[in-house]
Design a binder for this molecule. Sequence first.
Ligand code: SF4
Ligand code: SF4
Length: 415
Amino acid sequence: MPAPGKVILSLQQHTGGPSKPLVEVGQEVKLGQKIADGSSFISATLHASVAGKVVEIAPRPHPAGGDVTAIVIENDGSDEWAEGIGPKGDLESLTPEQIRGIVKEAGIVGLGGAAFPTHVKINPPPDKPIEYLVLNGCECEAYLTTDHRLMIERTEDIAFGAKALAKALGVKKVIIGVERNKPEAAVAFNEIAARDDLFQVESLEVKYPQGAEKQLIYSLLGREVPSRGLPADVGVVVQNVATAAAVADAIIKGWPLIKRVITVSGSGVREPKNVEVRLGTPVKDIIEFAGGYEGTPGKVLMGGPMTGMAVYSTEVPVMKGTSGIIIMPREEAKQYDPLPCIRCGRCVDACPAYLMPITIANFTEKGMLQEADQYGAMDCIECGCCTYVCPAKRFLLHWIQLAKHQLLALKRQTG
Ligand code: SF4
Ligand code: SF4
């Protein structure tokens, strides 16, 4: 879609510390110019997604709730690139260190939703040797089809990006996991695997939440990431296909991460579609581009229907990790009152992390945080399966998320 008149670039659109502004109000900036730097080891740089004038650096609505400082740029419509944007050289001649540097400078984060800084993920500690790079092409949430389209339309770029990531990690095998409902994507990757034995394509059963890192590693390799552990603990790094495409853009064209593809869908929007948008585009502009609301809107979700978050204002902008915008009409967005638990155990059966969701939720509701922690609250992958299957409509995920936030806050306080 065309770039909007104004972009709102939040300083917190990745996992880790917020970025630190490098520009001032009134300053002219060019497309792709670095406007904020990472503030800590786990953080990310941020670039202007339009050329124009910085008109505000102030708290603005954030998709996670509340206000977070953002740099607002008024678009002058010129799309004039910043100096120094250009190809970074042959992949063969780039060293792993240089690849990590390019990825860091481009502000690339995991585009599957977690938004973890990619340069950190491809720099694991020396005591955790990596054997496999897994390329996540599952896209298992309903409605979302951006990765599917990218895998068909940008197969070569994804393979290039994966090759660069593999070189940075020093791995000899890239396993591409694609669910069986995306056969054209599997065919396209198989053609690449036929001429390059770095790649191995695996067709997977269609199953939610198979796109979650730990579940995908288990499906592909039978390796179980330990409780509170990371994929690197079992010799694996997982990257989303869209992240690999962004790495290709950063090396081949020198583009920093200034745009992404998102799905706009749901029965509450007139023309569902996939659109390439500039980061910082307000949600309301994207809904308008997709023909506007169909019926009376009840809920607007950022992300998929299972893991997405309802936004309280359509002024919130698209972030690096925004994979979709789902619009539900009022009749679909009905909120039920929770009933008492009937001890059916369905939430336990449904949990892919083998947790006892009702127990953790009950402990959290009673303020028994340490007990919630002992029962594995931090291992919850927030897939929403427990809440989805609960016949009593209990807010299980809501309570578990609260436990996780409170436990993390406690950890920060106590160091
Ligand atoms: S959201 Fe529920 S089902 Fe999913 S991992 Fe967490 S506790 Fe388990
Ligand atoms: S699914 Fe709902 S009703 Fe059944 S045990 Fe879990 S919380 Fe209770």
